[in-house]
Design a protein around this ligand. Structure first.
Ligand code: ADP
Length: 507
């Protein structure tokens, strides 16, 4: 074969290769382009994918400046070696926004290589560009979501399902757990709960989440580094693998720092205790005359017994010391009576913390009426008890006495200026399912419908010396015990106050 036909064959082979490459470029869904190595990156040639990606026809874009279509913010990324530009083995990969023929911007990822002549002078740039708009938008929302998780006020933790290692902790969780974000530590879920809570609450919650996808509830957390903070775990989400076995791969755990909420609750509880105490002191102040009278009676009786005995001694009617014994016994009984009244008053006005104990309610009702014995007899009122069984209730005894005292005093005072009525106050207890219901009933003039509506509002009073706090405080006390206090009334039959309490607290 002579040299010419050899060259012809080589040329034909080159043409075939070039055709194959052209075909490859034309079939590619990526846009393959040749751009001038000048600052305006003029398009020299471009594959047909340009039409789908940028909206231009091939003949339209050839000769156009490639640089002009860059988003202004991304135009110099390559020059500035921005974060969106990667360099590897002589090729740059750049991610940037590029203007579509319709005017909107799309995201492109372009890998480019500069073709140089033998002296290293740039001739042109070959680019392979891919439309990554969908991927970029998805990544953007993932990044936004990650930021939301990071900055959320709730604590968010990711937990390995097998080792229980916490693989991610957001800012809020770092703060609540008393950890420093700058010095990350390896933390396990098990470190956040006492052993018993882990076994009895966390394990079942994880199992529930694994079974149903999510668990909601409230489990107290034990922040390891920060003793002053109070937090609770509220939600566990189980994430399954996307492949066939659908096994749980990790858990997302959501918790909440409730330190402020707890402090506010404690403060409100303290204020309510203080109010209740003040109201008890005021009640005793209001009852001072009756109480003084109540104490005076045994004292007068003591004086009588003493005078009588003394007189009998002087008259010589008593010769043996043993004959004084009977008088001494009577004196002692009266002294006990007045001591009992004073003890009752002191117990009632003592400032106490909230103390939940189990006590017999019927006995407490009787005790309260003893307290009001004098006031009731001043009003000529008879107490009637309708008690059911030996009902025990778990509550703060002094506070329940306070409620009863308010209700019974109001019932007594309802007979003020009332003639021709049956003057009695009925106290009734009964059991309804798991509740105890106490009713205080009077047969006085009743309460008008309008007043009944605002009855439990603070400072609602019709009494000249009333404060109007009794019913409002009583309702708060009963509600704090998980119960309810309400009233019904009519002018014909009088007023009935009822309160319901759980027989045994569920804590
Ligand atoms: P106070 O006794 O200081 O007025 P309370 O809150 O205990 O405060 O009662 C508010 C008002 O409710 C009373 O002033 C009275 O008008 C009305 N009230 C309460 N109990 C009865 C009752 N058993 N019969 C009629 N009115 C009542």
């Amino acid at each position: 074969m002579d040299r010419i036909s050899e060259l012809e064959q080589e040329l034909a082979e080159c043409r075939r290769k070039a055709d194959r490459y052209r075909l490859l470029a034309e079939q590619s869904t990526d846009m393959i382009s040749r751009n001038a190595a000048t600052p305006d990156w003029t398009y020299i040639d471009v594959s047909p994918a340009v039409e789908r990606i940028l909206g231009y026809r091939v003949d339209e874009i050839i000769g156009m400046s490639g640089y002009a279509l860059f988003h202004p913010d991304d135009a110099d990324n390559l020059k500035k070696r921005a974060d969106s530009v990667r360099y590897s083995r002589g090729m740059y990969t750049n991610t940037y926004r590029y203007r579509h023929k319709n005017g909107h911007y799309i995201w492109l990822e372009t890998t480019s290589r500069t073709i140089r002549d033998e002296d290293g002078k740039p001739l042109e740039v070959i680019c392979v560009s891919r439309d990554i708009t969908e991927r970029e938008l998805a990544q953007q929302s993932t990044r936004r979501l990650a930021r939301v998780v990071e900055a959320a006020s709730d604590m968010i933790l990711f937990c390995n399902h097998r080792t229980h290692q916490l693989t991610y902790i957001n800012e809020s969780a770092y703060r609540t757990l008393g950890l420093e974000q700058e010095n990350p530590v390896v933390l396990y879920l098990d470190q956040l709960f006492p052993k018993q809570v882990l076994q009895e609450m966390i394990e079942p919650a994880l199992q529930h989440a694994a079974l149903h996808g999510v668990w909601y509830g409230s489990i107290p957390l034990l922040p390891p580094g920060s003793l002053e903070r109070v937090a609770e775990l509220r939600e566990i989400i189980a994430h399954r693998s996307r492949n066939g076995n659908r096994q749980v791969e990790y858990y997302s755990i959501i918790g909440r720092d409730i330190t402020l909420q707890r402090k506010a609750e404690e403060q409100s509880k303290r204020q309510q205790l203080e109010m209740a105490h003040m109201s008890r002191v005021l009640s005793v102040g209001e009852m001072a005359t009756e109480l003084a009278h109540e104490i005076n009676q045994p004292l007068a009786a003591i004086l009588n017994y003493c005078n009588g005995t003394q007189r009998r001694i002087e008259e010589g009617k008593i010769r043996e010391v043993s004959e004084v014994a009977q008088a001494m016994e009577l004196i002692s009984r009266q002294a006990h009576r007045s001591a009992e009244i004073i003890k009752r008053i002191r117990r009632f006005v003592r400032r106490t913390d909230y103390q939940r104990i189990l006590f017999p309610i019927n006995e407490t009702c009787e005790e309260v009426t003893r307290f009001l014995h004098q006031e009731a007899s001043d009003y000529n009122i008879k107490f009637t008890f309708r008690f059911e069984g030996n009902l025990m209730v778990e509550a703060d005894r002094v506070q329940i006495e306070q409620v009863l005292l308010n209700l019974v005093r109001n019932a007594i005072e309802a007979y003020d200026n009332q003639q021709g009525r049956e003057r009695q106050v009925i106290i009734q207890t009964k059991q309804l399912d798991q509740h105890l219901q106490v009713s205080v009933i009077d047969k006085a003039c009743g309460i008008s419908e309008e007043r009944l509506r605002g009855l439990f509002e603070p400072f609602m009073t019709t009494k000249a010396n009333g404060l109007g706090m009794g019913l409002s405080i009583s309702r708060t006390i009963i509600e704090q015990h998980g119960g309810q206090l309400w009233a019904d009334s009519d002018p014909a039959s009088g007023t009935r106050f009822h309160f319901k309490l759980p027989l045994k607290s569920g804590e």
